[in-house]
Write a protein that binds this ligand. Sequence first.
Ligand code: SF4
Length: 363
Amino acid sequence: SFELLNKFRDPELCGKVLETLRTELSGGLRFMEVCGTHTVAIFQSGLRSLLPEEIVHLSGPGCPVCVTHESEVNAFLDLAGRDGVIMATFGDLMRVPGHQGRNLKKAQADGARVKVVYSPFDTLKLARENPGDLVVFIGVGFETTAPTIAATMKMAREQGIGNLRVLCFHKTVPAALEALLADERAGIEGFILPGHVSAIIGLEPYRFIADKYGKSAVIAGFEPLDILQALLSMVRWRNAGEARVVNSYTRIVSDAGNAKAREIMYEVFQPTDALWRGIGCIPGSGLEIRPDWESFDAGKEFGIVIEEGPALPGCKCGDILKGIKRPDECPLFKKACTPANPVGPCMVSTEGSCAAYYKYKLD
Ligand code: SF4
């Protein structure tokens, strides 16, 4: 309800928690928020400028567009030029740059058939209306979007739609967090875990953060009070010499997650290794289409190979996604790279850290 929501935005309550946080904070705290929506919430609410200086805020690899590997971008750009192919995509992929500044928007201007859809289910209609073409949906995103795409494939099969394909570049969050923790350069001391992904996977897959790495993590909502309380909890646990993984977003996320959504997702997809932009290959951190569903697999049909290649020259997105650098430490930030003229994906997506730094004028 609005009343409940207002409570989580109440300036007086937030002020009190902030004060307590200042008092109890001993030493700094380097925390990372994993979800692009948290990134935007932290900037938009003004929290970032209110937090004590010793709290270092890092934006992690939670923006699906930002972590889509350049080789994956080049793969869908190549497909977009083919005869008989209609590419279907979420709008935020349109301006992601691949090779030599190419992107889907430019490909569209050059005649490629690219359709922006708002839901994967829209591709069913598109496929029905274009029986002589292949409709290829670009599947990016985490455990939040993958179940909907799996459900779309199931519906296509039930409805006998034979010309829908999925280019499957889905990624899963916990394995990426483990890769970040294993890289000590970022020195991450705690995570604010993504609300939407956690609503699907629940609390269990994050336990290793405390058990194996001795760090804390909180599944938190997107309101200022949610975020402040998560930070205060992490500070308190650390002061007490503890590490915990806790779900504080119980008004939306159940500890068990959404078993039905996971069932649909794993009926169609299975874990595989995946390349993350700037991070490289993370074992078991991606989803691929199961052999039973191979007739939907655009990657197999077109022989697409995803491999490490040269990164975008000068772009530091990789280091930013790993928490090693901040956007304003990239030499191209606000100079060669702006939202109107993005060099890397972190500046393209509204949920990307570089775009957030730019928009909220932090440098
Ligand atoms: Fe890449 Fe631009 Fe961000 Fe630099 S400012 S890391 S070039 S997206």
